[in-house]
Design a protein around this ligand. Structure first.
Ligand SMILES: Cc1cc2nc3c(=O)[nH]c(=O)nc-3n(C[C@H](O)[C@H](O)[C@H](O)COP(=O)(O)O)c2cc1C
Length: 203
């Protein structure tokens, strides 16, 4: 089964990437997961979590944390340029970068593939495969906006982590799920066991 690549970078709200992985595995999908160097730092300072970098140990860490046995999860080191997903020959369904830092955004927009996430994004663009970018910063400066525009013109889909209020969210998890569902809708991925807004509540 072709995988979906999930990349979590050093922007705030890595819970969005984490929930994406959980939903995909719950749906028996195959996930290739890359955390940027910055993501480890944000996990530590924002959530006081030490995420193991060794790929097998990290896969086990996520399975325990997300309490999930189904699906297939492969983790990669941020600088592993020899990974299969660094090549266009390795077929995937698409790639989602969530949350995407302005650093990663800028490097992808300028074709500067420093780490595995940037290389993988570059591959998805050149192979004309879906690349979804969920940029997390506020406010955007003009450079951020131009980088987003450049990537959109190159074929990426920009799906910002902006929640909606028409769904009447009660918890942060509701907000997270709304954003994650929008991302996978954009990827055209059918998922079960997710809450989906289906029109306003009838009064
Ligand atoms: C707690 C914390 C939160 C951060 N939040 C953001 C953010 O929301 N957006 C962003 O672009 N950078 C954010 N940064 C800065 C990035 O982590 C930093 O620019 C890093 O070099 C990005 O590396 P990466 O793109 O390789 O992940 C944050 C840093 C920390 C420590």
């Amino acid at each position: 089964m072709k995988s979906i690549v999930i990349a979590i970078t050093g922007a705030s709200a890595m819970q969005l990437g984490e929930r994406s992985v959980q939903i995909l595995l719950e749906n028996n999908k195959t996930v290739d997961l890359i955390l940027s160097k910055g993501a480890y730092q944000v996990a530590k300072s924002e959530r006081n979590i030490n995420i193991p970098a060794e790929p097998n140990t990290q896969a086990e860490f996520w399975r325990n944390k997300l309490n999930i046995n189904s699906g297939k999860l492969t983790c990669y080191r941020w600088n592993d340029h020899s990974a299969s997903i660094a090549s266009g020959s390795h077929k995937t369904k698409g790639m989602v970068i969530v949350p995407c830092s302005m650093g990663t955004l800028g490097r992808i927009a300028s074709g500067f593939s420093l780490d595995l996430i940037e290389r993988c994004a570059d591959v998805h663009l050149k192979e004309n495969r879906p690349l979804i970018i969920s940029p997390r910063e506020s406010p955007f400066n003009l450079i951020h906006i131009e980088n987003l525009s450049r990537l959109a013109k190159a074929g990426a889909l920009i799906v910002p982590p902006i929640p909606a209020w028409y769904t009447d969210p009660k918890t942060i998890d509701d907000l997270i799920d709304f954003i994650v569902v929008r991302i996978f809708d954009s990827l055209g991925e059918d998922l079960n066991n997710i809450k989906r807004w289906d029109g306003p509540n009838k009064l």
